[in-house]
Write a protein that binds this ligand. Structure first.
Ligand code: AMP
Ligand code: MG
Length: 313
């Protein structure tokens, strides 16, 4: 059931979480499917509903540094600097976990992924309920939801409540950085550009495509529409003999059944914010193939191209 993000509904949602239920809620990146981080049975339901392998750990969402102290064994200088620069916001840090964090949350790993979202509804909900373990509110490997309706279409009555907070502002998932070892490693490209992170802590390694993923966003096929998707790097032309939809960066092109333009002004931030919504619409348009125009690979363009490549598989 979708409800408006009123104070009363947020309190109701917090009660549901504290009793072990599942609540979908808006964040600035995408909608999350949340369970109370300290109730393992509730967290197990997330895996069940999403059909997500138990080997894929979840991100714990917090709204204060005190909560971070509960969840991790140590907060080093790099983590402090990054928290100061990017929290609240679309950055997830992987740190050595404390005993408080149930194994099911971290898939048995000795580290926990933590993020402090900036969305006011998410923050209110966490304040009321406590730390919330939440992946994106989509079935495993499908396109992430950026509107409450997307969540409703995916899960309907399988979850207890969906809080409507409008369209997600960032529109792609958080950047994940692993700080559990000596060298910082980016595990997922996302809402905070790598260039910005390097300004704060210096050079980082990017390791987003591995055989044995540390993060499911690292799987080669992920974030996928049901319709096959093909990326085109040069000039975009409609393919012959098939119904094609176009995911354009700046300008629409002729000859396609449907066209989605990510950002008429060519702004990569705006393009990221519109990416998943456009993919949801193209996937429902009944075309045989989605042609995706490549975007420049700088700033958020890196996260966009990462998602398109995984959607292509
Ligand atoms: P989702 O919110 O569905 O995009 O998924 C959460 C992401 O965080 C996944 O890519 C996880 O693998 C990643 N993640 C969570 N915990 C850890 C961890 N301890 N180490 C590495 N990655 C993690
Ligand atoms: Mg996800």
């Amino acid at each position: 059931m979708i409800v408006e993000a009123t104070e009363e509904n947020i309190r109701k949602a917090a009660e549901i979480l504290k009793r072990g239920g599942l609540v979908a809620f808006p964040t600035e990146t995408v909608y999350g499917l949340g369970a109370h981080a300290f109730i393992p049975k509730a967290v197990a339901r997330i895996f069940e509903v999403k059909k997500r392998p138990l080997s894929d750990p979840l991100i714990v969402h917090i709204q204060s540094i005190d909560e971070l102290k509960l969840l991790v064994r140590r907060i080093d200088e790099r983590a402090k600097k990054l928290a100061k620069a990017f929290w609240p916001g679309p950055l997830t840090m992987v740190l050595p976990k404390s005993e408080r964090v149930p194994e099911i949350v971290t898939a048995g790993l000795d580290t926990v992924a933590v993020r402090m979202p900036s969305h006011p509804v998410a923050r209110r909900l966490i304040k009321e309920a406590g730390p919330i373990a939440a992946p994106s509110a989509n079935p495993f490997s499908r396109v992430s939801p950026t509107k409450a309706e997307h969540v409703e279409e995916y899960f309907g009555d399988k979850i207890n409540l969906i809080i409507d907070g409008g369209k997600c502002e960032v529109g792609v998932e958080s950047t994940i950085i692993d700080l559990s070892e000596k060298r910082p490693v980016i595990l997922r490209l996302g809402g905070v550009p790598v260039e910005d992170i390097e300004k704060v802590i210096g050079r980082v390694e990017i390791r987003t495509l591995t055989e044995k993923p540390k993060a499911p966003g690292q799987l080669k096929k992920h974030y996928s529409p049901k319709t096959p998707l093909k990326i085109v790097y040069g000039e975009v032309k409609p393919p012959k003999g098939v119904k094609a939809g176009l995911l354009a960066f700046k300008e629409p092109k002729q000859g396609f059944e449907v066209v989605e333009v990510l950002s008429p002004s060519g702004d990569l931030r705006e393009a990221a914010a519109n990416l998943y919504e456009a993919l949801h619409r193209l996937d429902k348009a009944g075309v045989d193939v989605i042609i995706a125009e490549a975007v420049p690979e700088v700033g958020l363009g890196k996260a966009i191209m990462d998602r398109l490549r995984r959607a292509q598989g």
